[in-house]
Structures are given as C-alpha cells and as structure tokens.
Design a protein around this ligand. Structure first.
Ligand SMILES: CC(C)(COP(=O)(O)OP(=O)(O)OC[C@H]1O[C@@H](n2cnc3c(N)ncnc32)[C@H](O)[C@@H]1OP(=O)(O)O)[C@@H](O)C(=O)NCCC(=O)NCCS
Length: 484
C-alpha cells in the first residue's frame, strides 16, 4: 500500500497483484503513461503479445476520452452548446468580428490592435498570388476531378516551392526553435497558407469550367477577394454582392476552428513528425473530406434531394430509425445539444435567402428538423442539428456546386489547423512524435513455409472487373505479361 492519497489523485488497485497506485489528477486529467507502471506477471497460457509484464495499456478506440495535447485555443462545452475561441463566445465573434481578425485571434492568442490587424491583413492578402506554374498544375487534373482531390494535392504541391520552410532540408528544429528568425519564417508560411487557400480553392473551381484563372484583386476583404476570384469574368468594376460576402465571412468565422476534430488531429499527428506545414495541411484536407466530417454538408443536400418534399419526411425518419439511413447534419461527437453554430448559420441563411431567393429544399429541411427534434429516437440519443445541417442550404442558394462544399470548409479551417500546428511547434519542451499504441490480437509467432507446401490462404484477394480489357483483348494471344 502506498502513502496516503492526496485529494487530487486517483487511487487504483490492481487486483492482479494487489498493488495500489496513486495517479495524480492535474486539470481533471490523469496521465495515461502512469498506467504503464502497473505491470503484472504473465498468466499461464497468456499470449506473449499482451505484453502484460511491460505495463498496462490504455485502449480508447476512436479517441472517445483521450486528450492528446494541452491547448489554449478553443473551448467547447458539448452539453451546454458552448463554443469559444480564445475565450470569446462564437456568437460575439460572428456578430462583431471579421474572418481575418478571428484568424489573428486563433493563431496569435488575442484580438489585434487596429495596426496589428492591418499588418496581418496586408501580409495575408499580399501572399495570395500563385506562381504562374501552378496554372499547369491545376490544368493537369481530369475535367471531372473532385475539387477536394485538387485542393489536397495543391497544398502539398505548394510546399515544394518553399525549401526554406522544409525541416527535412533545413534541419528538424526549423519551427521549434522559438527564436525571432524561426518565428518570422513560420509566420511567412502562415500568411502564405491562408493567403493562397482562397486562390487555390478558386482555381480548383475555375479549372473545371474551363475558365481562365484570376489574379487575386486588391482592395477587397478576404471573402470578397475569394468571390471575385471565383466569379469574375472580365466585367468592369466587378464587386461581389456584399450580403453574400458578409455571409461567407460569418460562415468562415464559424468554421475556422473546432479544437481537436479529425482533421485537426490529423494535421497535428502529421506535423508531429516535424514535416513541413504544407504537407501537414494537405493531410488535414484529406481527413476533412470524409462524409463523417467535412463531407457532411454535401451529404445533407444529397439527403434532402433524395427526400424530395416535406410529405416524405416521416418515411425518411422511420428509415433512419430502422438504421437504413443516416440523418446527415445531425449528431456530433462533442455536442449533445444543438451545435451553437447552427443557430448562427440559420440566421445567416435568412439574410442570404433575402437576396438569392429561398432554396426549394428549405421546407423539406425545416420539416425534417422539426420531426427529428420531436422524435424519441433522436431525443434519447441527444442528436441535434450540427453546423452542416443548414450551411449546405446557404452554399446551394449562393450557387456553389455540391462537391465544392467541403472546399468552403477547408479554406477557413486552414486557420484553425495552423493555430494548432503553431501552438504545438512552439510548446514548451518541443514536439514529441505522435505514436499511439495498439493492442495486437493477431497470430502468435509462426514459421515461414515455402509456397509449394502452403495451402490456400484464408483470405484470397477479390476478383475485380478490368474495365479497360475488351472482348478483343481477351480473344487475343500474346507473349509477355499474362492476362488476368
Ligand atoms: C457526427 C457523428 C459521426 C458522431 O458520431 P459518434 O460520436 O461516434 O456518435 P455515435 O455514432 O456513437 O452515435 C450515438 C448513437 O446515435 C446514432 N446516431 C448518431 N448520429 C446519427 C445520425 N446522424 N443519424 C442517425 N443516427 C445517428 C448512432 O447510430 C448511435 O445509436 P446507438 O447508440 O443506438 O447505436 C455522427 O453523429 C454522424 O454520423 N452524424 C452524421 C454526419 C454529420 O452530420 N457529420 C458532421 C459532424 S459536424
């Protein structure tokens, strides 16, 4: 038995050995590493691969209750529906701030003075231009390439231009040194990533339409310049609609960060190997694209189209309850009440509809929302609308193509990813590579058998249709590589 436990600690008794351990609780957290010291002798017949003598492991599939970093950026109270960036409620920022001001707040920790904001805005907008070679890169994609495939590749491509930002070339402490020169180098990459996110998104949009690319304009807000780059076709004095510009700015504020979601975790996981920030952001992009994350607003619209009209909502709800369908845009790993962003998006939607006209799917969306909020299945599981339930309707009303919705999520989220990446790079004690553990349940040691004496393996690779092979090829005879 150890000494008297302190009140801020957890007492754990290992019933395998009878030993008791005190694990300190700091900030309402226990260290998973503390469990590593709790080892026991291997039981008779127990698999070696359990590593029982090497200490207890903590299993948390899907990170349901594992904190992987200490952060000062974003706070979410999922039960109360609270979201704050650096302490500021999201509602206040959506009402009073601008996207670039919020970006400054997220990345550097406080709201900037007028002068600081001006410098930051100027730097970001100054770094929005793409190298002229990038045009060929964007044009190298097939006409029907998904814009997220283009954008994900584009961030990685962008990194190839900046050898001074590559720790593999410049030394691994490039971004962790915390001296003024390193921080200035880091800031330059930050301006580039934010500045070029809109340019690349607009290029991914235009290339599919066979439109020429547009040089980022001057004198516009971040979202104004983005809309200009997407839509300008040579008209004189082209100015995007201010209601749409403002709505996009608000949506960008709402999407700028959401603490350690799947994509941000991916950026940090990738960044933990000290790879360059462009590669880390490309990895985040790939993660965001999944339908359980950034693909959800696109899925909402496809779902609403499939439902068709309000009369079909009850049948859809029943199908969800039979587990045949998923109600996209509902449910959240963290929020167990309405996502606070969903209210702001709903209000913003009203403003947008005033200038664009109402989206025909809105009535179906409202009927679906109301039916789900009253239904015991959703109430019991605390499933409420998330930000994606309404945002897709705004994007659709604004005329963005469906497959562009995740791009509209990536552009602002670059800011959140960078804020977390910067924080991790500059954290006290440097960066530890994120190398989780696994619980190995596979075969024990077995010996290699020569191929001729082996039976068929348990799992055979699936047969596939070779779409390029015609009847003529099958009927042909040839030497060399055999036909499958
Ligand atoms: C966001 C999401 C992935 C969170 O997943 P999670 O935290 O792992 O939650 P779970 O999948 O464990 O859900 C808990 C229960 O609610 C159900 N559920 C969760 N979301 C649901 C949805 N959108 N439609 C129907 N049922 C849902 C699950 O089937 C599960 O039911 P069960 O306990 O009877 O098995 C999930 O809610 C989801 O798939 N939502 C739709 C996609 C979406 O809108 N994503 C955007 C997030 S911003």
């Amino acid at each position: 038995m150890g000494k008297q436990p302190e009140s801020e600690s957890l007492t754990v008794r290992d019933n395998r050995t009878g030993k008791t351990y005190n694990v300190p609780i700091v900030n309402n957290t226990v260290s998973a590493s503390a469990f590593k010291s709790m080892s026991a002798p291997k039981k008779e017949g127990e698999r070696d691969e359990n590593d029982t003598e090497k200490g207890l492991r903590v299993l948390d599939k899907g990170f349901m209750n594992t904190a992987v970093i200490q952060s000062e950026i974003t706070y979410i109270d999922g039960d109360a529906g609270v979201l704050r960036y650096r302490g500021y409620p999201i509602e206040q920022l959506a009402l009073h701030s601008s996207f670039l001001e919020t970006a400054y707040l997220l990345i550097y920790g406080s709201l900037p003075s007028k002068r600081q904001l001006h410098t930051f805005e100027t730097e970001v907008m100054h770094h929005s231009g793409a190298h002229s070679d990038a045009e060929d890169f964007f044009r190298s994609f097939r006409y029907d390439a998904h814009p997220m495939a283009i954008l994900t590749s584009a961030f990685s491509y962008l990194g190839s231009y900046y050898s001074e930002a590559n720790p593999s070339l410049q030394g691994q402490t490039l971004f962790t040194k915390r001296d003024p020169a390193s921080i200035s180098n880091m800031d330059k990459q930050i301006y580039r990533l934010i500045g070029k996110a809109t340019t690349f998104a607009a290029m991914a949009y235009r290339v599919r339409q066979g439109r020429d690319f547009v040089t980022p304009p001057t004198g516009f807000s971040y979202t104004g310049a983005f809309l200009y780059q997407m839509d300008h076709l040579g008209e004189e004095n082209y100015v995007p609609n201010p209601v749409l510009e403002k709505a996009l700015d608000i949506l960008f504020i709402l999407h700028a960060d959401h603490e350690l979601n799947a994509s941000c975790t991916t950026v940090l996981q990738t960044g933990s190997s000290l790879v360059d920030p462009y590669s880390a952001i490309a990895a985040g992009c790939a993660s965001l694209y999944g339908p359980l994350h950034g693909g959800a607003n696109e899925a909402v619209i496809r779902m609403l189209i499939s439902i068709g009209k309000p009369e079909n909502v009850p049948a859809f709800i029943e199908a969800v309850k039979r587990r045949e369908k998923v109600l996209s845009g509902f449910g959240h790993r963290v929020y167990k009440t309405s996502d606070p962003r969903s209210f702001i998006v709903r209000r913003t939607a009203d403003e947008v509809f005033k200038v664009t006209g109402k989206d025909e799917l809105l009535e179906t969306a409202m009927a679906l929302h109301d039916a789900a909020m009253k239904d015991e299945f959703f109430i019991k599981r605390k499933l409420a609308p998330n930000v994606d339930f309404w945002s897709g309707l705004i994007y659709r009303a604004m005329g963005f193509p469906l497959d562009f919705f995740p791009v509209l999520f990536v552009v602002p989220r670059v800011v959140g990813w960078i804020a977390h990446w910067r924080q991790m790079m500059l954290q006290e004690g440097g960066v530890k590579i994120w190398r989780p553990r696994q619980v190995y349940l596979g075969s024990g040691k077995r010996d290699y058998e020569p191929v001729d004496s082996r039976p068929d393996a348990q799992i055979a690779p699936s047969p596939v249709v070779h779409s390029g092979i015609t009847k003529r090829t099958n009927l042909a005879s040839f030497k060399g590589k055999s036909k499958l």
